[in-house]
Structure formats: structure tokens, C-alpha cells
Design a protein around this ligand. Structure first.
Ligand code: B12
Length: 227
């Protein structure tokens, strides 16, 4: 193989790698407008960190970290949600049945799961299955590096309703806003099954949040650091 030629095909005229160009990068100057005060019934939002030991007993999977990504998103959606909970089934070492019991008790309208890397792709359908067994009406969302890098693969899971592609703070807020009747679906940052055509609709990478300093402080009160 002619490596130089192969590389040329990956670089555009501005010298940028093609995959980056395909992200069609755009900056988000200001948060999307959502009429939060018009919402009559706010949604109950549950975030889940899967227990990676369901599929992997490798000691390298033993990272003692807390889900700051979910705390970050939670702080942005606090005003639009009825209640928000984060279940870290990894830290608690919950079994599928134990997690299912906690999900049923919380009675969520929407469940967002995070999967950091491809290595753990297999845990996502385990979560969506248990959620849809509780109720088909619960909307399931998957975010994180695995989902954003492989949206079509992730959407092969028939129990998954949305993949969030890119930074999730405002995309997820708009998704909640949509199901609360306060705005349209996000124009970017989601992949889902179009209900009319049945085809996958990939709206591409979300806009990059321009000024991260404007984000509220992460909702760290939703996780127990010292447990
Ligand atoms: C910090 C980090 C680590 C840390 C912490 C990992 C951890 N378990 O938390 C450490 C150093 C331990 C680590 C180790 C490894 N890492 Co690492 N790591 C990262 C890094 C640099 C940042 C991740 C991060 O925290 N970002 C900040 C948070 C806020 O962003 P986020 O999680 O993506 O969340 C945002 C969105 O994704 C989205 N989102 C996420 N979840 C959800 C959920 C919902 C519902 C919604 C709506 C949105 C949403 O919204 C969030 C806010 O905007 C990424 C590179 C990157 N730029 O992402 C690599 C990265 C994830 N790591 C990677 C790899 C390969 C590894 C290792 C396997 C390396 C190795 N060979 O050992 C190990 C595996 C460790 C393990 N078993 O867990 C790869 C994964 C590639 C892939 N496609 O799978 C990445 C992408 C780097 C790369 N480009 O290669 N890593």
C-alpha cells in the first residue's frame, strides 16, 4: 500500500484531518432558547453509570472515579427537570437486578446512560433492556465517547431511543424540553430512529460550547464522594 497516498486521502485542502471536517465543527455562543416556565409536567431524569464488571473482570477496569460528566449535565438541566438522580452502579457494584429495583423505585421518564469507551460497549444494551422491561414509555439515551464514536452501532440496540453525539449539556436539555413540549428536537447532536421513515437519522456532532466558564458548577451534590 502507498502510505503517502492513503494519508493524502485523509487530509483536506486546509490540512485538517477528514474526520474532524466531517464533524462539521461549530461553536455554540449561547444556550438554546427553551421556554421552561411553560412546562406543566416536568420530567423525572435518571442518569446511570453501568457496572463494567457485568462484562469485564479485568483489574484495569477498577478506576475509582466519579461521574463528573453526568454532574455537569445535571447542573444544566436542573431548572427543566422535576427530579434528577445519578445511580453509579459501578461504584456501588450493583447487580442488574439491584439496579432494576432502584430504577423502578425512582420512576424516571427519561434514563441517560454514559459509556466512556468502546471496551464497555456491551453494557449499554443491558441497561436499556432493564429500563424498557420496567416501562416501554421511558425514553432511553446514551452518551459518552463510545456512543458518539459509534452512533449507528449503538442504535442497533432496539431499546435505545437516542444517542447524544458530542457535549451533552444543551443537547440533552433540548431533548428534555422536546418531551416536555417546550421546544423542538435539537438540530444537531442526536442520532435516532425517524418515526415516519423508520430510518436512522444522524444529525451530526453537537456544537462545541464556546465558553465553558458560563456553565454552572457541576451538581456534585448528586454523588457521594466519600462512599
Ligand atoms: C480522563 C480520561 C481517562 C481517565 C479516566 C477514565 C474514566 N474511567 O473516567 C483515565 C486516565 C483513567 C483513562 C484511562 C483509559 N482511557 Co481514557 N480518556 C480520558 C479522556 C482524556 C477524557 C474523558 C473525560 O472525562 N472527558 C470529560 C467529560 C466531561 O466528557 P465525557 O465523558 O465525554 O462527557 C461528555 C459527553 O460525552 C456527553 N456525555 C457523556 N455521557 C453522557 C450521557 C448522557 C445521557 C448524555 C446526554 C451525554 C453524555 O456529555 C458530557 C458533557 O459534555 C478521554 C478523551 C476525551 N477527550 O474524551 C480518554 C478516552 C476516553 N480514553 C480512552 C482509552 C482508550 C483509555 C484506556 C483504555 C487507555 C488504556 N489503554 O489503558 C484507559 C481505560 C481505563 C478504564 N478501564 O476505564 C479513549 C477511548 C477510545 C474509545 N473510542 O473507546 C479516549 C477517547 C482517548 C482516545 N482518544 O483514545 N482515561
Amino acid at each position: 500500500m502507498d502510505i503517502k497516498k492513503a494519508q493524502e486521502g485523509l487530509i483536506d485542502k486546509k490540512g485538517r484531518r477528514k474526520y474532524f471536517r466531517e464533524l462539521d465543527p461549530k461553536l455554540l455562543d449561547k444556550p438554546p432558547e427553551i421556554n421552561v416556565t411553560s412546562i406543566k409536567n416536568k420530567k423525572r431524569i435518571l442518569f446511570i453509570v453501568p457496572n463494567f464488571h457485568w462484562i469485564d473482570e479485568d483489574v484495569n477496569a477498577l478506576w475509582d472515579l466519579f461521574p463528573w460528566n453526568l454532574c455537569q449535565i445535571a447542573s444544566v438541566i436542573e431548572d427543566i427537570s422535576e427530579d434528577i438522580k445519578i445511580i453509579d452502579s459501578y461504584k456501588e457494584n450493583l447487580s442488574i437486578e439491584e439496579l432494576k429495583k432502584q430504577v423502578a423505585e425512582f420512576k424516571p421518564d427519561m434514563v441517560g446512560t454514559t459509556v466512556l469507551m468502546d471496551q464497555y460497549a456491551g453494557v449499554a444494551p443491558m441497561i436499556t433492556k432493564l429500563v424498557k422491561e420496567i416501562s416501554k414509555d421511558i425514553i432511553t439515551i446514551l452518551g459518552g465517547v463510545y456512543a458518539m464514536a459509534n452512533p449507528s452501532r449503538a442504535m442497533k440496540d432496539e431499546n435505545l431511543d437516542y444517542v447524544v453525539i458530542g457535549e451533552g449539556e444543551y443537547t440533552f436539555k433540548q431533548l428534555i424540553g422536546f418531551y416536555s413540549g417546550a421546544c423542538e428536537l435539537p438540530e444537531r447532536g442526536i442520532c435516532f430512529r425517524n418515526s415516519k421513515t423508520g430510518e436512522l437519522e444522524n444529525r451530526g456532532h453537537s456544537e462545541f460550547i464556546k465558553n465553558l466558564d458560563l456553565l454552572p458548577k457541576p451538581a456534585y451534590h448528586l454523588v457521594d464522594f466519600l462512599a
